[in-house]
Design a protein around this ligand. Structure first.
Ligand SMILES: NC(=O)c1ccc[n+]([C@@H]2O[C@H](COP(=O)([O-])OP(=O)(O)OC[C@H]3O[C@@H](n4cnc5c(N)ncnc54)[C@H](OP(=O)(O)O)[C@@H]3O)[C@@H](O)[C@H]2O)c1
Length: 311
C-alpha cells in the first residue's frame, strides 16, 4: 500500500487539466500529475493512446487504466509493458448512450423512417404501413458491458433480441448463441445485426460478405464497435447489390473517415463520427478512483484485460 498514490495522466487527445481536476475531487489524498518526462515515475497511469516514450518513463506502474472500453489501440503498442495489469472501462456511463444510439438506428429501420427520408428527398408523399416489429429480429454480437444493456434496451422497444458471444448461455432471459459453432444459426434468425465485439485477432474482418450473406433477407448492419470488424468493400457490394437494405456506421477503419470514402456517397449507409458513446468523464474517473482504492487495499478489481484473448 502506497501512503500517497501517485497517478499520471497521459492522453494523446484533449487536455489533461479537467481530468486531473475531476480526479482531485475524488482522490484528494493522491498526487496527480500530467505526464512529462521530467516528472518522477507514478504508481498508476490513466491513458489514451500514449506515445511509446510514456511507458519507458514509467518503470514503477502497478496498473494502467485505459480511458475507453476498447483496448485494441493500446495493445498495438510494442512498448506497452506486459507485466503491468491493463484495466479497461466497464460501461462507465457509456451503456445508456450506446443503447440510445442503437435503439434509434434500429427503430429507424423497423419503422422504415429511412425510406420516409428518401421519399422526402424526392418530394414523394407516401404513407407506409407500419411493419410488425417481429419482422425485425435483432442480433447483438457481443454480450459484454455494452452488448447486454443494448440488447435489453432493444427488447424494451419490442424487438426480439438474441446475443452472440464466445459461450452459449442465457442472460437476463435473452438467448446468447455461443462461438463459431452457433454463429450461422444466430445470423439466420437476425435481420438487424449490431456489432459490439472487441477488436481482436479473432474478430477483425468478421463482418465480411460470407457473414452478411447468412443474415435474413433485407438485413441491416449497425456497427458501433470498431471499423476493422467490417470489410468495407464487402459491405458496399452487399448494399449496392440489394443483399443488405442499409447500414448505420459509427466507427471506421480510418478515422476521421476520409472525405473520398465511398461510404459518404452511399445513400443507404448512415455515417456518424464515432459519437455513439463517448467516454463520460465523471463516471470514468469515479470507476478508476474506486479501482485504485481497491488495488491499494490489495483487493482484486474487474475489467483487467486478458492479453491473450485481446480484450
Ligand atoms: N463507438 C463507440 O463510441 C464505442 C464506445 C465504447 C466501446 N466501443 C466498442 O464496443 C466494444 C464492446 O465493449 P464492451 O465494453 O461491451 O466489451 P466487453 O465487455 O469486453 O464485451 C465483449 C463481448 O464480446 C464477446 N467476444 C469477444 N471475442 C469474441 C469472439 N471471438 N467471438 C464471440 N464473442 C466474442 C465477449 O464474449 P464473452 O462474454 O464470452 O467473453 C463479450 O460478450 C469495445 O471493445 C469497443 O470497441 C465503441
Amino acid at each position: 500500500m502506497t501512503a500517497t498514490p501517485r497517478v499520471v495522466f497521459c492522453a494523446a487527445t484533449g487536455k489533461a487539466e479537467p481530468w486531473l481536476r475531476g480526479l482531485a475531487e475524488l482522490m484528494p489524498h493522491a498526487e496527480l500529475v500530467a505526464w512529462n518526462e521530467a516528472e518522477p515515475p507514478a504508481d498508476y497511469a490513466i491513458v489514451w493512446t500514449p506515445p511509446d516514450a510514456f511507458y519507458a518513463s514509467q518503470p514503477k506502474l502497478k496498473a494502467i487504466f485505459n480511458l475507453g472500453a476498447g483496448v485494441d489501440g493500446l495493445l498495438r503498442s510494442r512498448a506497452l509493458p506486459d507485466h503491468v495489469p491493463l484495466i479497461r472501462l466497464e460501461d462507465a456511463g457509456m451503456a445508456p448512450l450506446m443503447a440510445e444510439y442503437v435503439v434509434h438506428a434500429a427503430v429507424r429501420y423497423a419503422r422504415e423512417l429511412d425510406r420516409v427520408e428518401e421519399d422526402r428527398r424526392a418530394h414523394r408523399w407516401v404513407q407506409r404501413w407500419t411493419v410488425p416489429r417481429d419482422r425485425f429480429p435483432v442480433g447483438v454480437m457481443g454480450s459484454g458491458a455494452l452488448g447486454l444493456p443494448v440488447a435489453q434496451a432493444l427488447r424494451a422497444q419490442g424487438f426480439t433480441v438474441a446475443l452472440w458471444s464466445r459461450a452459449a448461455r442465457t442472460l437476463d432471459g435473452l438467448r446468447c448463441y455461443g462461438g463459431r459453432a452457433e454463429l450461422d444459426a444466430f445470423l439466420a434468425r437476425t435481420r438487424i445485426l449490431v456489432c459490439l465485439l472487441p477488436l481482436t485477432p479473432d474478430t477483425q474482418d468478421i463482418v465480411d460478405r460470407t457473414l452478411l450473406d447468412k443474415l435474413m433477407p433485407d438485413a441491416y448492419l449497425i456497427n458501433v464497435a470498431r471499423g476493422r470488424h467490417v470489410v468495407d468493400a464487402d459491405l458496399l457490394a452487399a448494399i449496392r447489390e440489394g443483399r443488405l437494405a442499409g447500414a448505420t456506421l459509427d466507427v471506421f477503419r480510418e478515422e476521421p473517415l476520409p472525405a473520398s470514402h465511398p461510404f459518404w456517397d452511399e445513400p443507404r449507409i448512415t455515417v456518424t463520427p464515432h459519437c455513439s458513446a463517448l467516454t463520460q468523464r465523471h463516471a470514468t474517473l469515479s470507476q478508476i478512483a474506486e479501482k485504485i482504492e481497491r488495488l491499494e487495499r490489495g483487493e482484486a478489481v474487474s475489467g483487467v484485460v486478458d492479453r491473450v484473448r485481446g480484450y
